[in-house]
Design a protein around this ligand. Structure first.
Ligand SMILES: NC(=O)c1ccc[n+]([C@@H]2O[C@H](COP(=O)([O-])OP(=O)(O)OC[C@H]3O[C@@H](n4cnc5c(N)ncnc54)[C@H](OP(=O)(O)O)[C@@H]3O)[C@@H](O)[C@H]2O)c1
Length: 383
């Protein structure tokens, strides 16, 4: 493990300053959002806004300009906002310019269309859900209104999905969907390991992996019963036993890792040489470096270096393929997940719903930060 850490740090430092500007310039198009036009100065809405980074107390209900949708966007009256760990990480860390201030928290929404462009697949009154793309804008879904790209939005199925479930699905389900795609093709019966199967993303990973006919082992603790109910074949309580002792070395076709940090090296050993390791980008690596912010150059260098080290190792056939990515907003993929939910093949598990854009939003962030959520956490924006 020390060798991997050293190689990652040295490689990362060498390439960080040369490659990061190039990498940013080459960001996938899906990350570049069509920002709504400049908002009307006098028309405002209520939103959960933070002006600076810090603990939950920096978030408060503030008047914010109403979004004015562009020619590719629908204006949606939000009912529920889905809360994700990225919400509190963006609030907690100084990530400018990735996260400009002021910032409305939240990426996931469900609600009703109030305005749609001519010729749109959506019309006023339609029940919809979706996610905003992640970086570089001040908008968010803990708000009364959101301007959402049509391409990132889907109709909520008339049967089989509540508006709460609809708000919980987008970011987590798309993360899982895209992670599964990265590991394909795999035959039926392929052995996969999902870390944190009880969490928001893990719930979808377990279910989508089962829908593909794979054999799923997952790690969790309090969420063991939930993971079993979602179809996991083997559940390892990470507080009682080491998953390395349960899963034979070199036996896995794919690993989906929502934890990172020490889990990465450990789980790599369990993967076949021909297998795929999909890291659901997270900040578990911070555990190693004990740095306070992901903006720290040492962290970033390690992050870049680790990616290069494992990617190169995989490409040379010296280790499993290594894949890491940021979730992309995608209305078509969301509709495909919705179809599975409507058929009863996938469930959206709602853990808790917090009321209101003030204390409710702050409590949702605090609850997520405990790292104990089982399924999805929501904010009821109408309260
Ligand atoms: N790459 C991306 O674009 C992307 C997208 C979404 C999420 N993420 C990241 O992925 C991570 C997971 O997101 P999430 O929404 O699923 O989080 P979450 O719902 O807050 O995850 C909480 C779950 O993690 C489980 N857990 C905690 N420590 C664990 C451990 N050591 N081993 C196994 N399970 C453990 C807990 O299970 P028990 O209570 O049973 O212990 C709990 O159910 C976060 O870091 C998030 O930021 C990245």
């Amino acid at each position: 493990m020390k060798r991997a850490v050293c190689a990652a740090v040295v490689g990362g430092l060498a390439t960080y300053f040369a490659l990061v500007p190039v990498a940013v310039a080459l960001l996938p198009q899906g990350l570049v959002w069509k920002e709504p036009p400049a908002p009307h100065a006098t028309a405002t809405m209520r939103a959960s806004v933070y002006l600076t980074s810090g603990d939950e107390s920096v978030m408060d209900v503030r008047p914010f300009p109403r979004p004015v949708p562009n020619a590719h966007q629908v204006l949606v009256q939000v009912l529920f906002a889905g809360a994700n760990p990225v919400d509190f990480k963006f609030r907690r860390d100084s990530l400018w310019p990735i996260v400009p201030r002021p910032k409305i928290s939240g990426f996931d929404f469900s609600g009703t269309v109030v305005q749609a462009p001519p010729g749109s697949a959506f019309k006023p009154g339609d029940r919809v859900h979706g996610m905003l793309p992640c970086p570089f804008h001040s908008w968010g879904t803990y708000a009364e209104l959101v301007a959402a790209d049509e391409a990132f939005t889907a109709h909520v199925p008339p049967r089989g999905m509540t508006m709460q479930e609809a708000a919980g699905a987008p970011l987590a389900a798309l993360t899982a969907w895209q992670a599964i795609e990265r590991a394909k093709p795999l035959p039926a019966g392929a052995k996969v390991l999902v870390h944190a199967g009880a969490g928001g993303v893990g719930n979808f990973l377990v279910q989508l992996a089962k829908a593909n006919g794979w054999h799923v082992t997952t790690t969790c603790s309090a969420g063991a019963a939930l993971c079993k109910a979602l179809g996991a074949d083997v559940v390892v309580d990470y507080k009682r036993e080491d998953f390395e002792r349960v899963v034979p070395a070199g036996s896995l076709d794919a690993v989906f890792d929502c934890i990172g940090g020490a889990y990465l090296q450990k789980s790599m050993r369990l993967c076949k040489l021909s297998g795929t390791y999909v890291e659901i980008l997270n900040d578990g690596l911070l555990d190693y470096l004990q740095v306070s912010s992901v903006t720290h150059p040492l962290y970033q260098a390690y992050f870049v270096g680790q990616f290069l080290y494992y990617t190169l190792r995989g490409a040379l056939g010296l280790g499993p393929a290594f894949k890491r990515g940021v979730v992309q907003a995608n209305g078509e993929q969301l509709a495909a997940v919705d179809a599975l939910v409507a058929k009863g093949e996938v469930r959206v598990v709602v853990d808790r719903v917090f009321d209101g854009l003030g204390q409710g939003a702050r409590d949702a962030h605090a609850y997520l930060a405990t790292n104990k959520a089982q399924g999805k956490v929501l904010v009821d924006v109408t309260r």
